[in-house]
Design a protein around this ligand. Structure first.
Ligand code: SAM
Length: 241
């Protein structure tokens, strides 16, 4: 099973279980990331800084690997409910076309400075291209750039629906990995929820809603060894006929 695209060490069955570990990535993990790839250099710096839990690092890399080709044409990336913001930062690290990345969350997480220091150390070219906007999305949404692509990684419950609203208002592409679906804003019909399960039913509902707004929606996933909330919805506006 080769479903890790960037941090391929986790395709090894003996290491796989480590991908979901909630303890902080630290120097004791360095043995798994000894190579010279950019990904390994970023992970090593994050480990030196003890910046994030292992799972958060792996999740951000694998989400980025799944969505990057659909979103990278946009010069601006906005990571909504970004928390540590690593998914957004990876666009600045890997994509030359990404002129700016805006991370939006109601507040910066405690160790965000460590995350940023590690990423700049591994990829100094990101300096000046990433900004953090603090505040509730319901308020800060007004200031978000036009022509951007939007990310929402585990934006809880109806915040995933807010991510959809913001992206569709601006007609920008979007990639979300929803979670806490029981709190979704637009519950799917009961029959669908009973037949398909709530998780699938809500995402079916979101998919139809996006398609009605002239988006093409793809379903992808990251490895479920990282998280069971692993479905990724990628929505790209259809060109005008
Ligand atoms: C489950 S975390 C996901 C964080 C990050 N995207 C990740 O993958 O780790 C949800 C985030 O949403 C943020 N959040 C919750 N309500 C918010 C709101 N009204 N406006 C902006 N951010 C909010 C929280 O502070 C938290 O960082």
């Amino acid at each position: 099973m080769n479903d890790f695209r960037m941090l391929r060490v986790f395709n090894d069955a003996s290491v796989r279980g480590y991908a979901s570990v909630k303890a902080r990535l630290g120097e004791n993990s360095l043995g798994h990331f000894e190579g010279d790839s950019l990904a390994e250099r970023v992970v090593r710096e994050l480990a030196y800084e003890r910046a994030l839990p292992v799972k958060e690092v792996v999740e951000a890399f694998e989400f980025f690997a799944v969505v990057r080709k659909y979103l990278r044409r946009s010069p601006h990336i906005v990571d909504l409910c970004s928390g540590h913001g690593l998914a957004g930062i990876l666009f600045a690290i890997y994509e030359r076309r990404t002129a700016s990345v805006t991370l939006c969350d109601k507040r910066k997480p405690e160790r965000w400075d460590h995350v940023w220091r590690a990423c700049v150390k591994a990829a100094p070219w990101i300096e000046g291209r990433v900004q953090y906007t603090e505040g509730r999305l319901q308020v800060t949404r007004e200031s978000l750039p036009q022509g951007a692509a939007f990310l929402g990684v585990h934006a809880c419950g109806q915040l995933s629906d807010l991510c959809i609203d913001i992206a569709t208002e601006r007609e920008g592409p979007l990639a979300i990995m929803p979670c806490c679906r029981a709190h979704a804003q637009n519950p799917a019909p009961k029959g669908l929820r009973q037949a398909l399960g709530e998780d699938v039913a809500y995402d079916v509902d979101r998919t139809y809603a996006l398609e009605r707004k002239r988006y093409q929606v793809r379903w992808r996933e990251i490895a479920n060894a990282i998280t069971p909330m692993n479905r990724v919805l990628i929505a790209v506006p259809r060109p005008a006929a």
